[in-house]
Design a protein around this ligand. Structure first.
Ligand code: VG1
Ligand code: CO
Length: 542
């Protein structure tokens, strides 16, 4: 088989964001677009003699992109590629396969929680040999490479049969097609008390799992229904579809509204959960009890020792800066370290590798641990099930008990989507310019204690990441944070994060939007969101 060297030119804008390169599908399918970026990956990390994992969330173009990447891996001299059957791998399962097989990294095809389809979003990201997302230095090098690229290598070959598990050869490269679920399911069995969870299901415990027509369907059916004995049909929207059935595969109360309606309706199941496009996010809900992701992280940290995989306790807990401080309170009570990182899972990698943190979480419905180097939706759902099985309490009881002990961090995020980029940038620039003048000022009866643009120094390798979000901290401990999304593909998305602490014992059961109303008004006044963007009402509230 011949290796062709194809002449190409740099294509503007191939800069990875919070999590890989995401663009509209037609952009990714345009001439040389995918090829340029994949060659830039191989140019930076090297492919000769190396082994990689390859898989994706099954969205439109996933299958064809996989064939292109395989031909390019072979043309660049890769020794072996491990591919999920049908080119399918959830992001956490890909992370596990990289670690299990000690490969040199992996390519994951996903735009995660963004919608999929011919006119929606596609994405590609590279994970390192530790199983985690490439750090900023590496993604920046890939971007720089795309700005000077002149050629890429492509093997002249037919498609590999990805439908059949087994070994094949593509030029000089071994292609091992593997079952996407089995190794991941086996890992979950080592972490959680499957017999206890199975006994809970046998005792009549009812669950609804919404896979949102995305990648976790096969994983959830195997683990929940087959191995744990949940009733057949527990998992809904269980078949991954190229367009996610037209759904927005983002597990939050807005997009998983069918699940929310069921959990807040008559005869609700005991436990509900949903996951996103590539299976790294989760939402958990009890009967009549929504669990905010920040609270979920805190509850999991406080109870993880009830699961066999964490019986020895936690080394530390890490959260992204916009995530509420609820987990910090648990860490303090347990006498373990807590860390505050910028948004994006790549910033947890060093803490996990160094053994400083065991659990990590983000307010954006992401939770995970040191079992892989990605957030992991089904893992979080199974840890909740394990805790419920041991404590024999409802989700609502566990939440109420948690707040009674630690106090409650009222929390919400307001997203304003598809704002003209110029307006969003101008608004952020003006607020940033005013930060130094804010301490000491009052707004909406709130006194501002401090204000800054969050900067992070990695405690392991000393790398510095600036410009990670504007924070306004009030004297009473509440705060607002504003940042622009790094995963969107249309204009700018403003994320406004709001937090207020209530120590209890009174005032622990208010509606978060009401509890946060002063912060919401203060944020609109301080940033003049309406003046810059014309927006008053957020598109999505979580
Ligand atoms: C969002 C979330 C962030 C998350 C990222 C990737 O980024 O806020 O917490 O890590 O998505 O999640 P941004 O830059 O749009 O705020 V996923 O499930 O897309 O891998
Ligand atoms: Co995701």
């Amino acid at each position: 088989m011949t290796v062709h060297t194809v002449a190409t030119q740099p294509i503007a804008g191939q800069k990875p964001g919070t999590s890989g390169l995401r663009k509209k599908t037609p952009v990714f399918m345009g001439p040389h677009y995918l090829e340029n970026f994949v060659q830039a990956i191989f140019d930076v990390v090297g492919a000769q003699g190396k082994t990689f994992v390859l898989g994706g969330d099954g969205r439109y173009f996933n299958d064809r992109a996989a064939q292109v990447i395989l031909r390019m891996a072979a043309a660049n001299g890769a020794a072996r590629v491990i591919v999920g059957q049908g080119a399918i791998l959830s992001t956490p399962a890909a992370s596990h396969l990289i670690r299990l097989n000690r490969t040199d990294g992996g390519i994951i095809m996903s735009a995660s929680h963004n919608p999929g389809g011919p006119t929606e979003d596609f994405g590609v990201k590279f994970n390192m040999g530790n199983g985690g997302p490439a750090p900023e230095g590496v993604t920046e090098a890939m971007y720089q490479r795309t700005t000077v690229i002149t050629e890429y290598r492509m093997l002249d070959a037919q498609d590999v049969d990805l439908a059949t598990v087994g070994r094949q050869h593509l030029g000089g490269t071994i292609v091992d097609v593997v079952d996407p679920v089995s190794d991941y399911a086996a890992l979950m069995e080592t972490l959680f008390d499957f017999p206890a969870i199975a006994a809970m299901f046998r005792g009549g415990f009812r669950m609804r799992m919404d896979s949102m027509c995305a990648v976790t369907g096969p994983y959830a059916v195997e683990i929940l229904e087959r191995r744990l004995g949940a009733a057949p049909g527990t998992v809904v929207n269980a078949t991954p579809l190229p367009d996610f059935g037209g759904m927005h595969p983002d597990p939050n109360p807005t997009w998983a509204h069918a699940l929310m309606a069921e959990m807040f309706g008559a005869d609700a199941p005991d436990f509900g959960a949903a996951s996103d496009g590539d299976g790294d996010r989760n939402m958990v809900v009890g009967a009549m009890a929504y669990v905010s992701p920040s609270d979920s992280l805190a509850v999991l940290a406080a109870n993880a020792h009830l699961a066999p995989g964490y019986a020895a306790g936690l080394k530390g807990v890490a959260r992204s800066m916009p995530t509420s401080a609820a987990a910090d309170r648990v860490a303090d009570a347990m006498g373990i370290a807590s860390y505050e990182t910028p948004t994006g899972w790549k910033f947890f990698g060093n803490l996990l590798d160094a053994g400083r943190a065991t659990l990590c979480g983000e307010e954006s419905f992401g939770t995970g641990s040191d079992h892989v180097r990605e957030k992991d939706g089904l893992w979080a759902i199974l840890l909740w099930l394990n805790i419920l099985a041991v404590r024999q309490q409802s989700v609502a009881e566990i939440l109420a008990g948690h707040w009674a002990r630690y106090g409650r961090n009222y929390y919400s995020r307001h997203d304003f989507e598809a704002i003209p980029t110029d307006s969003a940038d101008a608004m952020m620039a003006v607020l940033k310019g005013r930060l130094a003048t804010l301490p000491g000022q009052g707004v909406e009866d709130l006194q501002i204690a401090a204000a800054d643009d969050f900067s992070y120094t990695d405690p392991v390798d000393g790398s510095v990441s600036n410009g990670q979000g504007l924070r306004i901290l009030f004297v009473d401990g509440s705060r607002i944070v504003l940042r622009l999304s790094g995963t969107g593909t249309e204009g700018a998305t403003l994320r406004l994060y709001l937090e207020r602490y209530a120590a209890g014992p009174d005032g622990l059961h208010h509606d978060p939007q009401q509890a946060l109303a002063p912060m919401i008004r203060a944020a609109h006044r301080l940033a003049d969101i309406e003046g810059f963007t014309g927006r008053v009402t957020p598109d999505v509230i979580t």
